[in-house]
Design a protein around this ligand. Structure first.
Ligand SMILES: *Cc1c(COP(=O)(O)O)cnc(C)c1O
Length: 235
């Protein structure tokens, strides 16, 4: 179709996503595609935007802010997906549309306090540490419901759901088991009365497993934009 690498990558990912939706018996277009542009230049964002991609994920402020500036005035939506440092919440609260990586009450309260009211509530997913690794970011299962309760009561945050990054595995069944555990946590929060609509799971190497287990938002970097030159934080 087109020799441009981003155009090729995006087309390939759109095909993978459509095939995964069909294989899971889910409606076409029911899984949202978040393009993870972290570490990539603004030209890559512009190329994806020209092909209709509106949702972009970033995990480091200094890398992200010039891109948000460059795309100001477009209908793009920006998702913060990296660890949120307690002393750097303000630009996240002011500039982003979503934060997928909230895992502490203190950060949630600061984001709420610093969100400009005229921008409307900041959309938030709690990052669930499904693999239970002590060093990784994310809320444990036992702390999940209490943090939901806190965030749900903050007026300038809109609690939308969960995000998870399971420990990598090349085994489809292992991938599915991790994602199933995230879905179960998500469903039990729904049963507990939280009105959630976003289950963000699935990256380049486990998109199919995540869609099979009910993901509503995959986050794809490498398969769209190519390999990253430097590891950027979260993964
Ligand atoms: C980098 C990153 C991704 C994208 O990973 P790929 O394997 O390149 O698709 C998704 N989610 C988060 C939180 C990330 O940090």
């Amino acid at each position: 179709m087109n020799d441009d690498p981003v155009s090729h990558g995006l087309a390939t990912v759109r095909e993978r996503l459509a095939a995964a939706e069909a294989a899971a018996g889910r409606a076409a277009g029911s899984v949202q595609l978040l393009a993870v542009s972290k570490t990539k230049p603004i030209e890559a964002v512009r190329a994806a935007y020209a092909l209709g991609q509106l949702d972009f994920g970033e995990n480091q402020l200094q890398d992200a802010l010039p891109k948000l500036d460059a795309m100001a005035g477009t209908p793009t939506r920006w998702y913060f997906i990296g660890p949120v440092q307690g002393n750097k919440t303000r630009p996240v609260a002011e500039r982003f549309d979503w934060v997928l990586s909230v895992d502490r009450e203190r950060v949630a309260r600061r984001l709420d306090a610093q969100r400009p009211v005229e921008r409307g509530p900041l959309n938030v997913c709690l990052q669930f540490n499904v693999s239970g690794e002590e060093t990784k970011s994310g809320v444990t299962l036992e702390d999940l419901e209490p943090l939901c309760a806190v965030v749900n009561d903050l007026p300038n945050l809109a609690l939308r759901g969960l995000m998870a990054i399971p420990a990598p595995s090349s085994d489809l069944q292992v991938q599915r088991a991790s994602f199933a555990a995230v879905r179960e946590a998500y469903e039990s929060l729904g049963t507990a009365g939280y009105a959630l609509d976003t289950l963000s799971m699935g990256m380049t190497d486990d998109l199919e497993a995540a869609v099979a287990e009910g993901s509503t938002m995959v986050r794809i970097g490498t398969a769209i934009f190519g390999a990253r030159a430097r590891p950027a934080g979260a993964t």
